[in-house]
Write a protein that binds this ligand. Structure first.
Ligand code: 9MR
Length: 376
């Protein structure tokens, strides 16, 4: 595969393999992205919220049509599920998992140990606890969440976003994390060992963002990730897979296919499985004309996915949402448009119509060499 560099703001549309028109394709086939993924031996999925399933039949139908995997956008984060110590509310996640079961979809669990979206009582409790107590405050969530969905959630983000070179540590680890502060880097080892014991059938993921672009920021983050994996592998920590979140921002940072391919090869070299777990494209800063912007976004997506799917360890692509009707990008200060228009970073627009980004994802699956689809 001949690889290229994509420049922010000048996405070299002509340089990208053409993406067929969705409108034409839609008329000949109502196949969803999951069907394209399946032919390449992979899965396609999206992050969803239970409220969307309860209140938006069009969106729900689109998820059923396009996906064979789902993940909770926030309803398995501890800030939601354990508002008071030991008092649980899994109602949102339960609905999402019931939906997945009904539609014979796979489900991911997001996320067991994270520095963010934690309940307010947890930080103070960690400060008061002794070392055994601090460990228990982390593993107690694994003890409750994993068995509840055993056999239904096949893969878990065990530790999410462990690295942050901007925090100033020489090894690039995130220092501003309650878990790092409570237990040191050992928190990662403890979490993975505990998760392995709790549900031995689950695939255990380490997930992070900022690993995708050709930028000093991402280069530092990739280096930190590889060094962390060196240490985890040396200590025989049972990490099965790495999740590349895949939040692209092509109008802020460049994308280089060779660089990204090398990084994925490095990850595969550890014997790890790979997934893109939170794919979307921030379109802020792109051309004002939405049609032109959609084409540029699709070109970047195709460039990224061609590389991702060229790697035989890559098992699934999940978008962080499915329709622009619901995207965190439309609300996040760095990415939202000042005039209030929706961000256009997902495969379906606000009216559930397929966009060039949908075509790009389908075309990338179609072009990929098939792998054997995992059943785990
Ligand atoms: O999209 C999610 C948003 O709705 C939540 O408010 C937020 C905090 O829970 O998390 C967002 O999802 C993040 C994900 O969990 C981890 N990677 C970055 C995602 C976007 O911020």
């Amino acid at each position: 595969m001949k690889r290229r560099e994509f420049l922010a703001g000048a996405l070299a549309l002509g340089a990208c393999s053409p993406v067929p028109s969705s409108r034409a394709q839609e008329s000949v086939s109502s196949e969803g992205l999951a069907a394209h993924a399946r032919r390449s031996g992979r899965y396609f999925g999206a992050a969803i919220k239970s409220r969307q399933l309860r209140e938006d039949p069009d969106f729900t139908a689109a998820i059923a049509r396009e996906c064979d995997m789902v993940v909770q956008e926030y309803e398995l984060k501890r800030g939601t599920t354990e508002p008071k110590p030991g008092k649980y509310d899994f109602s949102g996640a339960d609905q999402i998992i019931a939906f997945a079961q009904k539609h014979r979809m796979k489900a991911r669990g997001h996320a067991l140990v994270w520095y963010a979206a934690q309940p307010p009582w947890l930080g103070p409790a960690l400060k008061l606890a002794n070392s055994g107590g601090r460990e228990k405050l982390m593993t107690s969530y694994i003890d409750v969440a994993m068995p509840r969905y055993a056999g239904k959630i096949s893969e878990w983000d065990v530790v999410n976003e462990a690295i942050e070179p901007n925090d100033g540590r020489a090894n690039g680890m995130r220092a501003n994390s309650m878990w790092m502060q409570a237990l040191g880097e050992d928190y990662i080892d403890i979490a993975f060992h505990h998760a392995r014991q709790t549900d031995p059938r689950a695939t255990l993921f380490l997930t992070d963002f900022g690993l995708e672009h050709d930028s000093p920021r991402c280069e530092r983050r990739r280096t930190a990730m590889l060094k962390l994996l060196d240490r985890l592998m040396a200590r025989k920590v049972p990490v099965d897979a790495v999740g590349i979140q895949g939040h692209l921002k092509p109008y802020k940072e460049k994308f280089n296919q060779d660089l990204f391919a090398r990084f994925l090869d490095d990850l595969r070299g550890y014997g790890l499985a790979l997934s893109v777990t939170e794919f979307d494209i921030a379109d802020k800063g792109g051309p004002p004309n939405p049609g032109k912007r959609d084409n540029e976004v699709a070109a970047v997506a195709k460039a990224f996915l061609d590389v991702a799917l060229d790697n035989r360890a890559m098992r699934s692509i999940l978008c962080w949402g499915l329709s622009d009707r619901y995207s965190w990008l439309s609300n996040f200060p760095d990415y939202k448009w000042a005039d209030g228009q929706l961000s256009r970073g997902l495969p379906l627009d606000g009216q559930m119509r397929r966009k060039p980004l949908w075509d790009a994802i389908a075309a990338a699956f179609d072009a990929a060499r098939p792998i054997g689809r995992s059943r785990a």
